[in-house]
Design a protein around this ligand. Structure first.
Ligand SMILES: Cc1ncc(COP(=O)(O)O)c(C=O)c1O
Length: 377
C-alpha cells in the first residue's frame, strides 16, 4: 500500500496515527520475481529460517486442514500448557500472540496511553516506537552510543535507566536486538531489571533466543519469580521456522497475563499456528539443526566480510548487519537487480548498513558473490 501524505481522513484519525509511517517489510520474493521476470530470487531480508519448519509441524498442519471451518481454541489450551511445561512456569503466565509483535502491541495497549512513557534504545526493534506512538504514549529513546571512541550499537542500560521516570510504564529491551544483533549479558541485565521500580513493566524481547550460544546470555524466563514486572517474549517465527503462521508468546506474572488477556483479540492465534507450534516445540532436534546451520552460515558471512574489509556488527542472531561505508540504497537496488533481497536499515538510523539474514551455505555464497560484484571488490 502506498503511503498517503494528503490523506482526506487524517484529521479524523487518532493523534497516534498522525506521526506514524506504515512498517515497510522486506520485499516479497514473488514481487521481485514478477518485476525482474525471474524465478530464482533469493530473500535474505526478514530473518526467516532457511531450514524451514520441522516436518512434524508440517504434518500437524496437514492434519488440521480438515477443521478449517471451526474457530481455533481461543484460549490456546494445549499450546499454552506445552509452553508452560517447556519453561517450567504456570500456564496462567503464558500469553499467546499472532506473532510476538502481537504481544508487544498487547503490552502497549494494556500499559501505555496518553501521559505515559515507554523507554527503549536507539537502533532498537521498529515495533517498539510504532506501538508506543499508536496508543498516544511518549517514546524516550536512549542513545546507543555513550560518547566513547568507536562505534556502539547495543543498548546502553545506564542511558536507558536515566530515562526512566514518574511517567514510565514500559521499558522495551531486545536481547538480542534486531537489526544490530547486539546482546546483553546476564549480570548487567539482571542488575538493571532489579533496579527498576516495580510499577514499570519491562519487556525483554527474546525473538532470537534459540540462536544465542554464549554462556553469558541469560534465559530471563528464569527470573520471572523474582521479578514480577518482567514480561519475556519469544516467537516461533525465527529458529522454529514458522514465520508465515504468526505465533509468538509471552511469559509473565499471571496477573500481567490476565491484563494482557483483556486486551487480546479472541482467536488471535489461528488453529494451524497452534498445532504447528505445538509440534515444533516437540521437535527440539530440528531446532538444533537450525542452530547448526546458523552457526555455520554466520561464520561464512563474517569471514567474507572480514576478507572484504567491511566492518560488521558481531551478531548472535540469525542475521548480521554490515557497514558498507556508503549510502546503502544504491547497493540495495543493485543487489535487487541480481535477484537478491537483503534489508536496508536506514529507518533504524543506520544509513550505510545492510542487514542480511543467514541462509544456507549456497545462499550465503550467492549473496556474497552479488555483493562483491556490486561493491566491485
Ligand atoms: C527483535 C524482534 N522482536 C520481535 C519480532 C517479531 O516477530 P514475530 O511477530 O514474527 O514473532 C521480530 C521480528 O523480526 C524481531 O526482530
Amino acid at each position: 500500500m502506498t503511503e498517503q501524505t494528503d490523506n482526506l481522513f487524517l484529521h479524523v484519525a487518532t493523534p497516534g496515527i498522525h506521526g506514524l509511517k506504515p512498517y515497510v517489510p522486506g520485499k516479497p520474493i514473488s514481487e521481485l520475481e514478477r518485476e525482474l521476470g525471474i524465478s530464482d530470487a533469493l530473500k535474505l531480508a526478514s530473518n526467516e529460517s532457511p531450514l524451514g519448519p520441522s516436518p512434524k509441524a508440517l504434518a500437524a498442519v496437514a492434519e488440521a486442514l480438515g477443521e478449517l471451518a471451526r474457530y481455533p481454541d481461543g484460549g490456546g489450551f494445549r499450546l499454552r500448557g506445552a509452553l508452560a511445561e517447556h519453561h517450567g512456569v504456570e500456564p496462567a503466565g503464558v500469553t499467546l500472540g499472532n506473532g510476538s509483535n502481537d504481544v508487544l502491541d498487547l503490552v502497549a495497549r494494556t500499559f501505555l496511553g496518553p501521559g505515559t512513557e515507554a523507554v527503549f534504545s536507539e537502533h532498537a526493534f521498529a515495533v517498539y516506537p510504532i506501538c508506543t506512538q499508536l496508543v498516544g504514549a511518549r517514546a524516550r529513546v536512549a542513545p546507543a552510543h555513550d560518547g566513547s571512541a568507536g562505534p556502539r550499537y547495543g543498548h546502553d542500560l545506564r542511558a536507558m535507566r536515566a530515562l526512566v521516570g514518574e511517567d514510565t510504564r514500559v521499558v522495551f529491551i531486545a536481547n538480542p536486538n534486531n537489526p544490530t544483533g547486539t546482546w546483553l549479558p546476564r549480570d548487567g541485565l539482571l542488575e538493571f531489571l532489579e533496579g527498576l521500580p516495580e510499577k514499570v513493566i519491562v519487556v525483554v524481547d527474546e525473538a532470537y533466543f534459540e540462536y544465542v550460544e554464549d554462556p553469558a546470555y541469560p534465559d530471563t524466563s528464569r527470573w520471572l519469580e523474582q521479578l514480577p514486572h518482567l514480561v519475556v517474549t519469544r516467537t516461533f517465527s525465527k529458529a522454529y521456522g514458522l514465520a508465515a503462521l504468526r505465533v509468538g508468546y509471552s511469559l509473565s506474572h499471571p496477573h500481567i497475563a490476565e491484563l494482557l488477556n483483556r486486551a487480546r483479540h479472541p482467536f488471535n492465534v489461528n488453529a494451524l499456528a497452534q498445532v504447528a507450534a505445538l509440534a515444533a516445540l516437540g521437535d527440539q532436534e530440528h531446532l538444533q539443526r537450525a542452530r547448526a546451520v546458523n552457526r555455520q552460515g554466520m561464520a561464512q558471512l563474517a569471514g567474507a566480510f572480514e576478507e572484504l574489509g567491511l566492518a560488521y556488527i558481531p551478531s548472535v542472531g540469525n542475521f548480521v548487519t554490515v557497514d558498507l561505508g556508503r549510502p546503502v540504497a544504491d547497493v540495495d537496488r543493485a543487489l535487487l537487480r541480481q535477484g537478491v533481497i537483503a534489508r536496508t536499515v536506514e529507518a533504524y538510523g543506520l544509513p550505510t548498513h545492510l542487514r542480511v539474514t543467514v541462509g544456507l551455505p549456497e545462499e550465503n555464497a550467492r549473496f556474497l558473490a552479488a555483493l562483491r560484484e556490486v561493491l566491485d571488490r
